[in-house]
Design a protein. Structure first.
Length: 161
């Protein structure tokens, strides 16, 4: 069996990343499930991936290094997703990233009330799940898989195909 060409792998990762971002927007804007701050941060690796792969398509001689960069991006995404899952499961307490962004310098009662009414979604609340599995959990496995694949391709990269 002939292995996939590197460009094909990059194109598949690009398509998957675009799909992931579009799916996140669909869940947020069409289905009405508001994301927490960590959910928003978990989109960043996919956005960085899209930008990196587009740049690799323009500057073709960066293909091998792109797999190392992609593995680092997806590793960061995996760690962020693991952290989020830990918060969802109650293993880790919420950090300042998850908390209400209330400005302590405001002294006006009406302004404080406005800030309290603008409800921030807690990182421990799962607002959307697929077959009972949170998107953070799914993202953990996907990001770990993509980290492994891109790192293996970088290690075994051969210029001639």
């Amino acid at each position: 069996m002939r292995p996939l060409k590197y460009k094909t792998v990059l194109n598949l990762i690009l398509i998957f990343s675009v799909f992931s971002i579009l799916f996140a927007f669909y869940v947020e804007y069409i289905l009405g499930h508001k994301p927490c701050n960590l959910c928003l941060l978990q989109r960043l690796p996919y956005i960085a991936t899209i930008i990196l792969i587009v740049l690799v398509m323009i500057f073709k001689n960066l293909e091998k290094m792109s797999f190392l960069l992609l593995s680092l991006i997806f590793l960061a995404g995996s760690l962020l997703a693991i952290y989020h899952v830990g918060i969802e499961r109650g293993l880790i307490s919420e950090s300042f990233v998850c908390g209400n962004n209330i400005d302590a310098s405001i002294t006006d009662k009406s302004e404080i009330l406005k800030q309290l009414q603008s409800k921030t979604i807690s990182c421990k609340d799962v607002t959307f799940a697929i077959f009972g599995i949170s998107l953070a959990t799914i993202n953990t496995f996907i990001s770990a898989f993509l980290t492994t694949i891109t790192l293996l391709i970088f290690i075994r990269y051969e210029k001639k195909q």
